[in-house]
Design a protein around this ligand. Structure first.
Ligand code: SAM
Length: 251
């Protein structure tokens, strides 16, 4: 029997040292960023659920302002700090340990809030509702979110997400949520499959290595199987769901 701590260690063995912790890539971050036409020349940006911070570094290259990057896992913030130093961005990227459900910034602080693949943790609707207080007038909230792309998905993928993400909406549903929370929908677009493989390819390589390491440990192998299943579901059914970038503005 594996102890709870050993299971946790295995989780972090899978999820440490990866370039990303969710689907995304520079081209998509840039495409969304280029839509923020009312940003000041040195914007103040809050990146929520930044993980190891690939999109934080990308934002640091795209925007000539300050970025506060929040995560509740200290190791990711250390990774980001190192990357920011190596990229000459340490003076403009501030890693911040915090809980996205309980943020303590002053109201009206940020020109933009950015959240790639993380808003589901607080909940898409709650995130748009709660975080708007932190935005300045005409501030932006940009978030990518797992979304149904087709109404009629096959049973296997429906059943998978009924368990893994029962609250998943379609695009129209999410656009309605954004509007009801008091924002204007500027635009939205589906991330290309390449953005998924930026996340999945390194994880999948690691899974096969760990499978050899944990041969003979059925509980560990079951954890690896769960991760592999998520990737296999994407390989088979990616036309039915995807990550969508939603770009919204106050006022
Ligand atoms: C799916 S990952 C996305 C990371 C990153 N944005 C990316 O695309 O690579 C979600 C991130 O949210 C962080 N997280 C989970 N719960 C959190 C919370 N309550 N407050 C802040 N961050 C949290 C995790 O540590 C993880 O880094």
């Amino acid at each position: 029997m594996m102890e709870e701590q050993e299971m946790l260690d295995l989780f972090w063995e899978i999820h440490s040292g990866n370039p990303r912790e969710g689907p995304g890539e520079f081209q998509s971050t840039k495409r969304a960023f280029d839509m923020l036409k009312d940003l000041p020349s040195s914007p103040k940006i809050l990146d929520i659920g930044c993980g190891p911070g690939m999109q934080t570094i990308d934002l640091g290259r795209l925007a000539d302002g300050m970025i506060i990057a929040v995560d509740n896992h200290p190791q990711f913030l250390n990774d980001l700090k190192r990357e920011a130093q190596q990229n000459g961005l340490a003076d403009r990227i501030i890693p911040h340990l915090g809980d996205m459900c309980d943020l303590h910034f002053e109201a009206g602080t940020f020109d933009a809030i950015w959240s790639e693949g993380s808003i589901y943790i607080i909940g898409f609707e709650k995130g748009f509702q709660q975080w708007r207080l932190l935005l300045k007038d005409k501030g932006y909230l940009v978030a990518s979110e797992l979304t149904w792309l087709k109404a009629e998905a096959p049973g296997e993928v429906r059943e998978y997400f009924a368990k893994e993400y029962p609250g998943m909406q379609d695009m129209e549903g999410n656009l309605r949520i954004i509007q009801s929370a008091g924002y204007r929908n500027i635009d939205h677009f589906v991330l290309p499959e390449s953005a998924w493989w930026c996340y999945y390819s390194p994880v999948e390589e690691k899974l096969s290595r760990l499978r050899r390491k944990y041969a003979g440990h059925p509980e560990a192998l079951a954890v690896l199987d769960d991760h592999q299943r998520e990737i296999d579901i994407f390989r088979r059914y990616s036309e039915y769901y995807g990550f969508v970038f939603y770009i919204a503005q106050l006022g």
